[in-house]
Design a protein around this ligand. Structure first.
Ligand code: PCA
Length: 200
């Protein structure tokens, strides 16, 4: 019998920026309960500085996951993009869902400038491409709530047995509007399934 006992905490965000849907949670919701050796626990988190990461940390305290993989929507990307790096900066152009719009402040006062993801980002991107879906590494998760969650988790779990990753996905076809790139929701689900399968 294979190893089916690993725990994955996988999160998606609530809608933000006035949109009715967020492709990240729409896709995470549709993932199977088990992918290869990982048992999935799914969590929808607020698109709010500080509160988003607190929700993940609370769930992680309870679950003690082997891996935490957060998924966010990137409105202007055509590809599924594992994030390579999280930075210690909050700087937002638009308000979060609580109306916060921080500028030039750190995520964690005492933290270093940046951390690299602790999941195998290259293998994940390659696995998604192998399934026929466009995927590339991203070297910036921005400085909005996605990066806030990613950096906070990398800081908290640095040097521990819990690995941390982040994937930005395009909007789903259901969110299509003029001039916007998007992917059918089923392709986003497939891409995430392949990426989880490559966690090792
Ligand atoms: N994307 C935003 C936050 C929530 C989401 O899905 C971001 O890229 O920061």
């Amino acid at each position: 019998m294979g190893d089916t006992g690993k725990k994955l905490l996988i999160t998606g965000f609530e809608p933000f920026g006035g949109e009715p849907l967020n492709s990240s949670w729409e896709a995470v919701q549709k993932l199977p309960e088990q992918i290869r050796s990982y048992r999935l626990t799914k969590l929808r988190i607020p698109t709010v500085f500080g509160r988003g990461s607190e929700a993940v940390l609370r769930a992680a305290d309870e679950l003690s996951p082997d891996v935490i993989l957060c998924v966010g929507q990137a409105g202007n990307r055509a590809a599924v993009t594992p994030e390579v790096i999280g930075i210690n900066l909050r700087e937002s152009r638009i308000a979060d869902n609580d109306g916060n719009r921080p500028g030039n402040v750190p995520v964690c006062g005492e933290g270093p400038a940046a951390y690299f993801a602790t999941v195998p980002v290259r293998e994940m991107a390659a696995a998604v491409r192998k399934a026929g879906i466009e995927s590339a590494l991203s070297f910036s998760a921005g400085a909005y709530v996605c990066n806030d969650v990613f950096y906070t988790l990398l800081h908290r779990f640095h040097g521990t047995g819990t690995r941390v990753g982040f994937i930005h996905v395009p909007p789903a076809a259901e969110q299509a509007k003029e001039g916007r790139v998007c992917l059918p929701l089923e392709d986003i689900v497939k891409a995430l399934t392949e990426a989880v399968g490559a966690l090792g």
